[in-house]
Design a protein around this ligand. Structure first.
Ligand SMILES: *Cc1c(COP(=O)(O)O)cnc(C)c1O
Length: 413
């Protein structure tokens, strides 16, 4: 049975042709790439933009008063504008370029720890956070004596807003929470979470590393203080992430890293700092990577984030329907509005073995704890397999996964 995304306006074959790597073979089989939640493949739009920047317009940004530097600066700042527009930020000054998602969480953790969060102050996290939105807060707990409070989620990754509300006290300074789990794939009710946090005078930071890939994000509608995304999962390059910060929230933060570009005046006696976003961008920024990310976001807008979402919803329904027929497979997370991020286990087989067998059929899936050990513990497992789909996946990819799982079952069942 092969459904052909009737409601999708995307021509998937044409779209796939824009991704050179998808014509590769793996073990003499056509590549079926189902690991986009770990990192997405890159379209020609991104590859060409970075190549052309290096071939035609490359120099360091901001400092030079020569033509190439001006061109590079224009392209770099254009990427900031594209990102602001993608997230519907009020201004490009609310967009900080970081080296990745992880770097953005560390920035907020360090800077809030230096100014707003002290001993006994509370931070609310959910049990399904990615380690990169956990460990920086543990560092703050170790450094400052901050208290971490953990919000449980349902088996499908859904949040009980009453239980959430009950966690706030006068000491709650921050909520740091996923906008979509990288394991269960369910979006969280960002606007409601934000509203409640603000009622209690707390700030809220969203981990949007997955949510921004699978649906449109409007930081002004959510009304969050911080929102983090990472370039390499958004069809862009590695080495770049975005910290969105509401102007008032960024203005309140002291610097994280010191170096060039983030300063106003430096003397032998002291230093004054630049305004956001430059205050948080010490040293030469990820120039080529920002241009690549701008091209990736432009590519997504060109295809239509909603059209991508509709196509992915068909893939999700198809794969869940097929997996339900396999009585030797257990799926983790079945929220009706989830993204096509499918964690599962195969009876009697370790996730690493599942991965290895699927790999021999050309199917790439991830196995492990997915950087979410507290969630694994909550689900009562030490690891799972995970098949994650993106704009370029097809219904044939779903069928290849199912065929591979039958093979796995024959070997282990
Ligand atoms: C990948 C991911 C991160 C970390 O982003 P990096 O850019 O790889 O550091 C954080 N949170 C979630 C939900 C992710 O999927």
């Amino acid at each position: 049975m092969s459904k052909q995304s009737p409601a999708s306006s995307l021509d998937i074959e044409l779209l796939r042709a824009e991704f050179p790597i998808l014509s590769r073979e793996i073990h003499s089989k056509p590549l079926v790439y189902l690991d986009s939640a770990a990192s997405a493949q890159k379209p020609n739009a991104v590859i060409d933009a970075m190549k052309s920047a290096m071939e035609q317009s490359y120099a360091n940004v901001h400092r030079g008063l020569h033509q190439l530097s001006n061109e590079a600066t224009t392209a770099f700042e254009q990427a900031r504008k594209t990102t602001a527009q993608f997230l519907n930020a009020a201004s490009e000054d609310e967009i900080v370029f970081t080296s990745g998602g992880t770097d953005a969480f560390n920035l907020v953790s360090y800077a809030m720890g230096a100014s707003e969060i002290g001993e006994g102050d509370e931070i609310i996290l959910s049990i399904m956070e990615h380690h990169s939105n956990i460990v920086p807060w543990h560092l703050l707990r170790e450094r400052k004596g901050a208290v971490l409070k953990w919000l449980d989620v349902s088996d499908d990754g859904e949040i009980d807003l009453d239980a959430y509300r009950a966690m706030f006290t006068s000491r709650t300074k921050l909520v740091a929470i996923s906008h979509m789990s990288n394991v269960l794939g369910a979006p969280t009710p960002a606007k409601e979470l934000s509203k409640i946090a603000h009622e209690y005078g707390a700030k809220i930071l969203f981990d949007g590393c997955q949510a921004a890939v699978h649906g449109s994000v409007d930081v002004r509608d959510i009304d969050c203080d911080f929102y983090v995304v990472t370039g390499h999962k958004l069809y862009g390059p590695t080495g770049i992430g975005i910290l969105y910060g509401k102007k008032s929230a960024l203005d309140a933060l002291p610097p994280f890293k010191g170096g060039g570009e983030m300063i106003d005046i430096v003397t032998t006696e002291g230093v004054t700092y630049n305004d956001p976003p430059h205050r948080f961008e010490a040293g030469t920024p990820p120039i080529l990577e920002s241009i690549g990310l701008g091209a990736a976001l432009g590519w997504m807008q060109d295809k239509g984030v909603e059209a991508i979402e509709a196509h992915e919803a068909h893939l999700r329904d198809h794969v869940l329907e097929e997996l339900t027929k396999l009585n030797f497979v257990r799926v983790f997370g079945r929220a009706s509005n989830k993204a096509p991020i499918i964690a599962f286990s195969v009876d009697g087989a370790h996730p690493h073995d599942v991965s290895a067998i699927l790999d021999r059929t050309g199917v790439a899936v991830r196995a492990g704890h997915h950087c979410a050990q507290p969630l694994m513990k909550r689900l009562g497992v030490s690891a799972t397999s995970r098949a994650s789909f993106a704009a370029y996946n097809t219904h044939e990819d779903v069928e290849a996964l199912i065929a591979g799982l039958h093979k796995t079952h024959q070997m282990f069942g």
